[in-house]
Design a protein around this ligand. Sequence first.
Ligand code: CDP
Ligand code: CDP
Length: 234
Amino acid sequence: MPNIIAIDGPAASGKSSIARKLADELGYLYFDTGIMYRAITWLALQRKIPVDDEVQITGLATQTMIDVRPPTIQDGRGYDVLVDGQDITWQIRLPEVDANVSVVSAFRGVRSSLTAQQRRIGLRGRVVMVGRDIGTVVLPQADLKIYLDASVEERARRRYVELQARQENVSYDEILEKMKMRDQIDSTREVAPLRPAEDAVILDSDHLTIDQVIDKVHQMIAGKSNSDPAAAQA
Ligand code: CDP
Ligand code: CDP
């Protein structure tokens, strides 16, 4: 059984849904590293710190206590996210956080601070860890690396459905544009850009349900997968 499972990929490719279920089934810890970048971004917006102020934002990342604990409220959340004791589980999903998180997460100082915390937790093992750079930078020693992908149109559609359900008033076109922008920043940044690790298995989920993706992951774990890891190098 792989001890550390890394799932990377672009926004709304299904990483959290798949990782959460998989971790449940395996009795592993599910750890979504995007939460940490979102928490720092939310805090910067809250304190009216300009998101391009690298010095102040790096200061926030080194000083802020971000905590994740089992859910205390039954409102669809998988966990509570706390920043300095305040529950910000839903605030970090607001469209303004989506729109600014990639700028914040590109800062070298922010990444080194958060990466160190993520690595410490991941190295305890029995973990399904989700992000952009888990297989490449945070835990290159992961036993199973999955790069989950889907077309940007399908990913924007998924996020649109999600925001509609939460009664957020955003159009599909707006989400699509912002998602393209986030993809672009995440994959071209200098530090830890979004890309598949050389030994990752690439899974295209455009026409797959969450359960179908999980089935494929179980096949990989059982060593029966027909996926070609070499595809990751293409
Ligand atoms: O859920 P979604 O895929 O939309 O985003 P997320 O996983 O919560 O990540 C939000 C943002 O944090 C990403 O767009 C990246 O800019 C950044 N991130 C990162 O740089 N490295 C990670 N390991 C995780 C997230
Ligand atoms: O974590 P990430 O941003 O990669 O994606 P997610 O939050 O797990 O999934 C984004 C949305 O797409 C959720 O509402 C999922 O239910 C949905 N989804 C889907 O419809 N089909 C998939 N194969 C994967 C996710």
